[in-house]
Design a binder for this molecule. Structure first.
Ligand SMILES: [Zn+2]
Length: 264
């Protein structure tokens, strides 16, 4: 378009007239970008309500500019609140885990013929804590996690480490009291934790924890109690397999770090 669009075209454009064909709308827009006169004419021909709205927006922006920037909340206070939240959410679950392990130790003392209950519980011992550590329910960090590209997996790993720091000494004490191998308790425990995280990348960490715990209970733990045999997966020969599962699922989870951003 060489000249200015006619005033009638500009006013029809301002009214959003659907009768204007696409080519005309496009040429008007290109022309408006470089012609201040026509922009002024367009502003004048905008409908009354649009002009009022523009006025309100412009006043609002002016006030915002003169008021200065909003105060930035303190980061330390925020992360302290987050940690306090996590500790209070975890306490009941970790207490329960400790109580269940203590019951296993007691039962073992009363019924030495049972297969090691501590070993049967070890793989799933950290899962309730991991599931809670990753619960979106009342987590004040959730918004932050959801909107920060790097927060997902590292935050989950830090929280998981907190859970393991409590659960591993419990397992150490329980295996010591019942005289079973600590390695046979620890490696399956780590392997289940890392598998939960890897699987969590696809179905969500809570569901993964629940599924793995239920699967282990139904397929291994309950049958072992009934047959009174320690399952082959908890015999010393299986340590290499558990180590492999732990390393492989941890490596896999890190390659899927982006999945923890679109989270469930
Ligand atoms: Zn013009």
């Amino acid at each position: 378009m060489t000249g200015h669009p006619s005033p009638s075209v500009i006013s029809r454009y301002a009214d959003g007239d659907l009768g204007l064909d696409e080519a005309t709308v496009w040429t008007v827009e290109v022309h408006l970008e470089e012609c201040a006169d026509c922009r002024a004419r367009l502003a004048g021909s905008a409908p009354e309500d649009v002009l009022t709205l523009l006025d309100r927006v412009s006043n609002g922006v002016d006030q915002g500019v003169t008021a200065g920037p909003a105060p930035v909340p303190e980061r330390r206070r925020w992360s302290a609140a987050r940690n306090r939240w996590l500790v209070w959410q975890l306490v009941p679950w970790l207490t329960m885990t400790g109580a269940v392990l203590a019951c296993a130790v007691l039962l073992q003392a009363v019924q030495p013929s049972l297969p090691s209950l501590v070993l049967l519980l070890a793989p799933v011992a950290p899962l309730p804590g991991v599931a809670v550590a990753w619960s979106r329910g009342s987590d004040p960090a959730w918004e932050l996690v959801a909107s920060t590209p790097t927060a997902g997996l590292p935050l989950l790993l830090r929280r998981t480490a907190m859970v393991l720091l409590v659960v591993i000494p419990m397992l150490g004490l329980a295996t010591d009291r019942t005289g079973v191998s600590l390695a046979l308790a620890l490696l399956p425990c780590l392997a289940f934790t890392t598998t939960t995280i890897a699987l969590g990348a696809f179905i969500g960490v809570r569901l993964a924890a629940l599924g793995l715990a239920a699967g282990w209970g139904l397929a291994v733990a309950v049958p072992a109690v009934f047959t009174a045999d320690l399952p082959v997966v908890l015999q010393p020969g299986s340590l290499g397999v558990w180590a492999f599962i732990a390393v492989a699922s941890a490596a896999f989870a890190t390659t899927r770090a982006d999945r923890f951003l679109r989270r469930r």
